[in-house]
Design a protein around this ligand. Sequence first.
Ligand code: PMP
Length: 363
Amino acid sequence: MKIRKKMKRQINFNAGPAALPEQVLQQAAQAVIEYAGTGLSILELPHRSREFKEIIEECKALVRELCGLDNDYEVIWLQGGGRMQFSMVPMNFLSPGASAGYIDSGKWAADAAKYAAFYGTVSILASSKDIGYNRLPQWPTTIDPSLSYVHFTTNNTIYGTQWQSVSGTSVPLIADMSSDIFSRRHDYSKYSLFYAVAQKNIGAAGNTMVVIRKDMLASIKNTLPPMLDYRAQVKENSILNTSNVFGIYVSLLMLRWTKSQGIDTIERNNISKAAMLYDAINKSRLFKAYVTEPAHRSPMNVCFTAISPEAENDLLSLCAKNGITGIKGHRSVGGFRVSLYNAVTIKEVEQLVEVIKELEERG
Ligand code: PMP
């Protein structure tokens, strides 16, 4: 068998599955060989074992700690990704004849609304679709108190916009935090439920974290098959069916890493990374930021376009030459999207900025 030369690790700006810290990858790799003195690989560890229950409990404690929440909130890990949550939220909280409010700030926000329409009436409270989602819509000044809930997306992964703050409402607020969870200091207590797919800031694809306030659980009236019922998933402590044991373990490693870095440091680094890249784009004659309103720009996903197909190809090939991957924009927007999740380092962003500068200097 031919032995392949060890591949140099790429600088990974993919939107998800995304970059993970090398330390986490090494710990995960070690656990695949043998997990914590069990004599088993983590891939062989039964989901009803004592060891896996300990993983679940540590995850729960870390999530509550990182979010500054107490036991009023339940933490569960589900499969089916973001789209499953687009479905479960209305299945559990929307009934025929009732209405839910959705803020349409991007494709994922719009898809969540589309899925909800299977179960009840959807009211779009604000939208920036007509301008290609290149800025956030205006948050509604008044919200109808009879709505079952209001759903929004804290960070719009495809377009690179992020809500800095949203005003409170008496209606339960539900947030898709898939692409900015644990990226900044945040008041999680204003949400009745929030969820995040793991493949950006909290681990590997195939695993979704859902945090739900107990009074919200108590409000569920719909009759549902257990897998789709938040009450049953909470009651069974994320092991109703055969859990994604490995995925949840990788999330635990990411939660420990997040705690060791500290949210303040993570936030500071994320702001610096985005500022550095936006600065290079703003000074560039070849590239232009996609999001028009600077205050709406997300530090997690920086989207920009090239002035010509040549400039676009030049950047792609120079990045490839320099071991930089994952910068192509989403197919619905084109151009570039550089995802700067928590595991991406300042040094890695500096290398991308160097590449952009080199292109600028070519003239
Ligand atoms: N919400 C957001 C904010 C996303 O970025 C994505 C895509 N990664 C999704 C939901 C959809 O997730 P999934 O592909 O797991 O359904």
